[in-house]
Design a protein around this ligand. Structure first.
Ligand code: DX5
Ligand code: ZN
Length: 219
């Protein structure tokens, strides 16, 4: 099965970000995942539009920007201007998510809706017609290297069934603890886009081998 791999640079060595991105690009990844956190929505502060702009200068790969911030409405335009090709916003904490998704769509980028592990799958149904993909979190937002929450298998299956009714073209992305142990099961459940930080940038034999191992395991 053909999958999209989106390495999260949250676990990259930022002292040589250019080389880290080039390594995964040369190893054949599809997107680059950028985790944006504001210290309010998520208990960490990470990257802003400036880092997205920097990545844009390093690579021609689509930049998959995951906004874990409050008041995402105020920032979506800045991230698109900085070079995001895919922009995902959380169902939680965005009071006007229907409008936010419409705004993202209107900016001409792939539009993603994110659900935390504790958010009921069915609560997304009223806005699923507005998305290109749904990002199912398999950890709580904040850090790379957290433990994969296995209930996401069933949540992906239920989200796939809901999307098949409402928006069959939309894809499912999974983010958090994705590894060679769970990627196959996630594919079988209906996901096709995978984010991984630790399993790629911290792979003992190097990122290129980590990518190879993930693709092999997904097959
Ligand atoms: C979590 C982030 C993830 C994280 C993934 O808040 O959204 O993208 O960096 O890291 P791993 O793959 O190590 O769980
Ligand atoms: Zn992410």
């Amino acid at each position: 099965m053909s999958i999209i791999l989106s390495p999260s640079i949250l676990s990259a060595d930022f002292s040589r970000l250019g080389d880290e991105i080039k390594t995964v690009e040369n190893a054949g990844v599809d997107w680059i995942h950028i985790d944006v956190m504001d210290g309010h929505f998520a208990p960490n502060i990470t990257m802003g539009p400036f880092v997205v702009e920097t990545c844009k200068r390093i690579t021609g790969l689509p930049l998959d920007v995951h906004l874990m911030i409050e008041n995402a409405d105020n920032f979506v335009e800045a991230f698109v201007k900085a070079g995001a090709s895919c922009l995902s916003v959380h169902l939680e904490g965005n009071a006007n998510i229907h409008r936010t998704l419409q705004v993202v769509r209107g900016l001409g980028v792939k539009t993603g809706l994110v659900l935390n592990p504790g958010t009921p799958v069915e609560s997304a149904s009223a806005v699923l017609h507005l998305v290109d993909y749904v990002l199912m979190m398999s950890v709580n937002p904040g850090y790379s290297g957290q433990t994969f929450q296995p209930e996401v298998f069933d949540r992906v299956r239920r989200m796939r069934a809901l999307l098949d009714l409402i928006n069959p073209q939309a894809a499912i992305e999974v983010d958090g603890g994705v590894s060679v142990e769970n990627i196959k099961g996630l594919c079988e459940a209906g996901a096709s886009i995978f984010v991984a930080a630790t399993a790629i940038f911290k792979y003992p034999q190097g990122a290129a081998e980590g990518i190879r191992a993930l693709r092999l395991a997904a097959d």
